[in-house]
Design a protein around this ligand. Structure first.
Ligand code: GDP
Length: 420
């Protein structure tokens, strides 16, 4: 019997368990097989001053020599300096899963005498990849899948020291709304754990103060993480302080990538030595897809929006703001408008109330005046009546007096006659 459970939704109101196996449970596998066949692509950009160990880091990241070292068979070090933005693609295969990885190496900035606009080539490169993708997407006969050369992640190498340099801040400001920016502290082996801790706090404070939006690692559960190492523990390591090495050292028969010093050695993969493993885990194992999603949904959309707004000559002029910031600003504007309207309405209301009160006062005064006038006229009338009454009484008295004489005479004569 199918068991039912009630939900509040109107269209799908019941969850049913099926009696038998239909087969759509295999859908994730189908999607999986399709994706695996297609392979994955990931484009990683590294920026920062030269000599901070960017190339070394990349090689350590994928446990492979990504740069062609045939020219220098006896060394892992790269001899040439990166002068132009240079993209290297390799096809990596792990347990049958293909990953086309492109590393975009950039010339170390801050080397010239005039470093203003040293970020421009990087911006141009990032934008040109968006442009390519947009063009491929807008073609009528587009060939699928579109090759995705967009920069999915940009590792910003920071020199060890006390705090971020002005140039670093400037570059971050220019890039943060274009790509997923992840700051990393290079050559962490040159600092003590205490120094690293202070440096990290300083860097995060500066980033915060300048409203720089670095990539936010969302919480993603991964049951396979060793030692149940939680996502948040890895996240707390931002900005990752890393050590890179292309040298394999052996310690008690166990080979590892590390750096050897007279006083001991750093194991690059050891989390208690540096954050390299944390960064690698998040970059490759847990957050690669999210980095790609954010690139597509936020940064590319942002580029597309600016571009289309510009093309259609829309009122919305191309801005350098990211959509979230823009939304937030529009929300604030709307709120301010509403507040202004509210204030105006309140003003009008106050005015009306005042007018009404004034009118009431006026009519009260008028009434009082009328009452007073009435009282005065009544008083006047009363006085007049009183005067007339006095006049009348006096006349009556005179008349009575004059009549009395006549009356007496008449009575006397009448009495005389009666006597006869
Ligand atoms: P890039 O110019 O940024 O690509 O730097 P490279 O990878 O070419 O490295 C420059 C130098 O720094 C090389 O001699 C590396 O061996 C060295 N290096 C790389 N990573 C580290 C590190 O984590 N710590 C230390 N102390 N040196 C490093």
């Amino acid at each position: 019997k199918p068991s039912t459970s009630h939900t509040h939704s109107s269209s799908i109101s019941k969850t049913k368990n099926l009696d038998g196996y239909v087969g759509f449970a295999n859908l994730p596998n189908q999607v999986y097989r399709k994706s695996v066949k297609k392979g994955f692509e990931f484009n990683l950009m590294v920026i920062g001053e030269s000599g901070l160990g960017k190339s070394t880091f990349i090689n350590s990241l994928f446990l492979a020599e990504l740069y062609n070292t045939e020219d220098f068979p006896n060394t892992f070090e790269r001899r040439r300096k990166t002068l132009f933005i240079d993209s290297t693609s390799v096809l990596l295969n792990e347990k049958g899963v293909n990953l086309r990885l492109s590393i975009i190496d950039t010339p170390g900035f801050g080397e010239s005498i005039d470093n203003s606009n040293c970020w421009q080539p990087i911006i141009d490169f990032v934008d040109s990849k968006y442009e390519e993708f947009l063009n491929a997407e807008s073609k009528i006969n587009r060939k699928l899948p579109i090759l995705d050369n967009r920069v999915h992640c940009c590792l910003h190498f920071i020199a060890p020291g006390h705090t971020l340099k002005t140039l670093d801040i400037e570059v971050m400001k220019k890039l943060h709304d274009r790509v997923n920016l992840i700051p990393v502290i290079a050559k962490a082996d040159t600092m003590t754990p205490e120094e690293i801790k202070t440096f990290k706090t300083n860097v995060l404070n500066v980033i915060n103060d300048h409203n720089i939006q670095i990539y936010e690692f969302p919480d993603i559960e991964d049951d396979e993480l060793e030692n149940n190492r939680s996502n948040s523990a890895l996240k707390s390591k931002i900005p990752f302080a890393i050590v890179g090495s292309n040298t394999v050292i052996e310690n008690e028969g166990k080979p590892f990538r590390g750096r050897q010093y007279p006083w001991g050695c750093v194991n690059v993969d050891d989390l208690s030595h540096c954050d390299f493993m944390a960064l690698r885990t998040m970059l490759i194992r847990t957050h690669m897809q999210d980095l790609k999603d954010v690139t597509n949904n936020v940064h590319y959309e942002n580029y597309r929006f600016k571009k289309l707004a510009y093309v259609t000559g829309d009122k919305a002029k191309p801005t350098n703001k990211n959509p979230f910031q823009q939304l937030e600003e529009e929300r604030k504007e709307a709120e301010a408008r509403l507040e202004k309207m509210k204030n105006e309405m309140e003003g009008v209301f106050d005015l009306k109330v005042k007018e009404k009160i004034a009118r009431l006062k006026e009519s009260e005064v008028n009434l009082e005046k009328q009452q007073e006038a009435m009282r005065i006229s009544l008083e006047k009338e009363e006085k007049e009546l009183e005067e007339r009454r006095t006049v009348f009484l006096r006349e009556k008295q005179i008349w009575e007096e004059s009549n009395k004489e006549e009356e007496d005479k008449l009575r006397l004569s009448l009495e005389k006659e009666a006597d006869k």
